[in-house]
Design a protein around this ligand. Structure first.
Ligand SMILES: Cc1cc2nc3c(=O)[nH]c(=O)nc-3n(C[C@H](O)[C@H](O)[C@H](O)COP(=O)(O)OP(=O)(O)OC[C@H]3O[C@@H](n4cnc5c(N)ncnc54)[C@H](O)[C@@H]3O)c2cc1C
Length: 436
């Protein structure tokens, strides 16, 4: 039997398990964490609150994956129409802001429209950075007031330092009439790229993955420390070794390269240029559920410590004890551009203060639980260094026959469904090597 070893136990790893199972191959998964699921893990508090590692919903349009995940949770899932809004200097506006300007200061709205009209004569399709794209898409006033402010908080670097290959459908480009209508009317059509989503009714997001673990050997608390690609051997923290025939890694490329014996200096240097955000998630549980009309809210103001809020109790009532509500705040840092300057627990107090300042928390609310978690690798930063650095690292891994997959193996913007498919594809490549 071919020994296929997978590093990780998140969405990409279970994608590999699923593909291998179809060929009768049972891989071994090694994960450094004492729990499975990677970014899609769910944690249950003794007080009855459930929080996912970070906010996670499934909005895949892939019907095969919809059916597979539905089966995994015994068809017990919620289908939810997404409600999304924005907070900007005391104003709450529907998302996306570019076609929901109603209620903003009239002077700002008229400048946004004036600039937007001016963009209509441009037909450029070539942009050397994200800032140029923003100016062409929305005009200066909107670009600088909204996406530049939000993006700098979220990506930790400015749009002039970013490429545009990650955009896809993430930033909506409205037609003139959509901008005008949204400026004069409070009710507008929903145009967000996530219009509805699914979420397991019980036990959090990780329950979409759990049945896959029956088809592999799952070894938790196994941190891979060294990879000897020539001898096809892994060494773990603590000194144990295993040999493999094929290796598939879903761990982040910078950590992977640092652990490969004899990786050439130029590849090590390229890996050191790969940038990723670190996300501190602050979870808050309170004694009432009527916290927000939206499932998540984007915060543009730089003086608010968090970038985005979401509300897990609105995904499934089973995420909270009866009568309670919950909030998940995301704060972004990065080693390369904005190092985390405090211990994660020190983020709790400023988060609670800002929740009160914007009115999400009331003085009368009883706070039942707070915690802070840190994800050292959250969102890949598409800075200008990324394309060449990824090419150098992937080229080396291909030559060393080390498979890579998932958000942090591909070093892309993969959502859960894309990470799963990436794992399936990496498994297929390993199978192809076996048969050739
Ligand atoms: C804050 C946030 C919110 C998100 N929200 C959504 C959402 O709503 N919907 C959506 O579809 N997607 C969302 N995503 C994206 C989604 O999380 C990813 O696409 C997906 O979880 C990535 O899975 P993965 O298996 O590629 O990586 P991971 O889940 O990170 O798995 C990698 C695994 O490798 C393990 N590992 C690392 N180093 C080692 C080592 N040395 N030895 C052994 N094991 C190691 C890790 O412990 C981890 O389990 C979100 C991401 C973030 C950061």
């Amino acid at each position: 039997m071919t020994e296929i070893v997978v590093i990780g136990s998140g969405m990409a790893a279970v994608g590999a398990v699923h593909r291998l199972r179809a060929e009768g191959v049972r891989p071994t998964l090694y994960d450094k964490n004492p729990y499975p699921g990677g970014h899609t893990a769910t944690f249950r508090h003794s007080s009855g609150f459930l929080f996912d590692d970070g906010p996670h919903i499934s909005f895949t349009r892939d019907e095969r994956l919809q059916a597979l995940f539905a089966e995994n949770v015994g068809r017990e899932f919620e289908i939810i129409q997404a409600q999304v809004n924005n907070y900007w200097r005391g104003h709450w506006i529907k998302h996306p802001a570019q076609c929901n300007l109603y209620g903003l200061p009239p002077d700002l709205v008229s400048r946004v429209i004036e600039d937007f009209v001016a963009t209509q004569s441009g037909d450029s399709t070539e942009f050397s950075n994200y800032r140029e794209w923003l100016l062409a898409a929305y005009g200066r006033t909107f670009a600088e007031t909204f996406p530049t402010e939000y993006g700098t908080k979220y990506h930790t670097t400015g749009p002039e330092n970013m490429t545009t290959d990650w955009l896809g459908s993430r930033l909506y480009r409205p037609a003139m009439d959509e901008v005008l209508r949204g400026a004069v009317e409070p009710v507008t059509p929903d145009v967000h790229y996530v219009d509805h989503f699914r979420y397991p009714s019980e036990n959090g997001f990780v329950s979409y993955l759990e049945p896959f673990y029956r088809h592999c050997r799952l070894e938790l608390s196994h941190e891979v420390m060294r990879i000897d690609a020539a001898r096809r051997r892994l060494e773990f923290a603590g000194g144990d070794n295993v040999e493999y025939e094929h290796l598939i890694s879903s761990m982040p490329l910078p950590s992977l390269i640092a652990r490969i014996e004899g990786a050439p200096p130029e590849v090590v240097e390229a890996a050191s240029r790969l940038a990723c955000t670190t996300c501190v998630v602050v979870n808050v549980g309170i004694d009432r559920p009527d916290i927000s009309p939206a499932h998540w809210t984007y915060f543009y103001d730089r003086d608010f410590i968090f970038t985005r809020l979401s509300f897990p109790h609105m995904l499934s009532p089973a995420n909270v004890p009866p009568g309670a509500g919950s909030i998940q705040a995301e704060l972004y840092y990065s080693e390369k551009y904005k190092p985390l300057d405090r211990r994660p627990e020190e983020c709790i107090e400023p988060v609670v203060a800002d929740l009160r300042r914007c009115g999400v928390l009331r003085e009368t609310d009883e706070i039942l639980v707070t915690e802070a978690r840190v994800a050292p690798f959250a969102n890949v930063i598409f800075d200008l260094d990324r394309p060449a650095a990824v090419e150098a690292v992937h080229g080396f891994l291909d030559d060393a026959e080390i498979g890579y997959c998932g958000r942090y193996g591909e070093w892309g913007y993969q959502w859960t469904d894309e990470s799963f498919i990436s794992g399936e594809q990496a498994a297929q490549r390993a199978l192809d090597r076996t048969s050739s």
